[in-house]
Design a protein around this ligand. Sequence first.
Ligand SMILES: Nc1nc2c(c(=O)[nH]1)N[C@H]1C(S)=C(S)[C@@H](COP(=O)(O)O)O[C@H]1N2
Ligand SMILES: [Mo]
Length: 377
Amino acid sequence: MGQRSGDPSAPARLAAPDEGIGADELALATRNHGLPLEALRHDVTPPGLHYVLTHYDIPYVPNAGAWRLSVDGRVRVPLDLSLADLLSFPQITIRVTLECAGNGRALLTPRPVSQPWLVEAVGTADWSGVPLRLLLAEAGADPAAVDVVFTGADHGVERGIEQDYQRALPLAVALGDDPQVLVATAMNGAPLPPQHGRPLRLIVPGWYGMAHVKWLRSVTVSDVPFTGFQQTVAYRIRHTAGEEGEPVTRVAPRALLVPPGFPDFMSRTRVVRPGPVKLFGRAWSGQAPVTSVEVSTDRGVSWERAVLDPLLDGQRWAWRGWHYDWASSPGEYEVGARASDAGGSTQPLEQRWNRGGFANNAVRFVRVVCVDDARSP
Ligand SMILES: Nc1nc2c(c(=O)[nH]1)N[C@H]1C(S)=C(S)[C@@H](COP(=O)(O)O)O[C@H]1N2
Ligand SMILES: [Mo]
């Protein structure tokens, strides 16, 4: 087989053992930026610092007032809604931590060639909008339906398949009231910025990013399982190319630290002074509440328990702060944190590899040197 001449879209592949990041991966990395890890300090991520992932182009929407959202398929009364119509439904706000399923991909060996995330594909926002279940009730969704399909306004070609960006949720998840799926019109109290879905997007608390369809233009209730590209080809955990694989759904636990001290420009090695150093960061899981965070300064040989911030009311779907007081003395360290959740999941030390590079929540260690003065002689 191979690529036809003039074919713009190559098949998925793994990098060769010594192959560095390619120009194609670099082009994606400049479009799809991560959260600078020092921004883990903010409870709510300022929008320009929240990570961004867009498969195709960001749609140009000069006039949000002209946007329409249709609710159709297996419904009693199809709906065709403007932004003003959506705002006439009851509105709620949920604080949600979003993480791309490909976070950690570029750390895998062998490396799946795609958006080369290290660990920065995460952010937390206050999302406001209409609970999806209210729209499905208004339209009279058939309770015997199977899936609800969400279509974005962006269009592209991927692995040889031309498509609109589409994902589905099982009807029971779409109708859920804990958590509620949201048709969001605001991020941190302001209209959605273009890169985050202006003027409408789906928010599915606890699920990896691919479910949160941006630039949402239709919601289609279906009595057959959805088999679109982003559901059955992409976002599956596969160990061999031919297998059907398991769908990627909820976010696995992860803790990250605000990088301590100050960085070296190129290596990003951190420099701290001898004495007390407060290590702190965030931890989250979309599977069950975070129950513990542990810290290691020796690349996982020994672990100490960190102190978790109180779990605030209504913030189950947002990351949780933690801290640990470290007494540092001159030397070199590999500092990392690991989260566990109430479902019994703990971050692994070793990668759990799969062909798409999804859900790699292996503990990330940061190199820290403790010196009195980092200036070279
Ligand atoms: N329409 C549309 N929605 C989309 C995507 C996309 O490419 N098109 N990317 C998805 C993926 S893979 C992720 S991780 C999240 C990223 O959301 P953010 O850019 O607001 O952080 O959007 C999801 N929704
Ligand atoms: Mo993603």
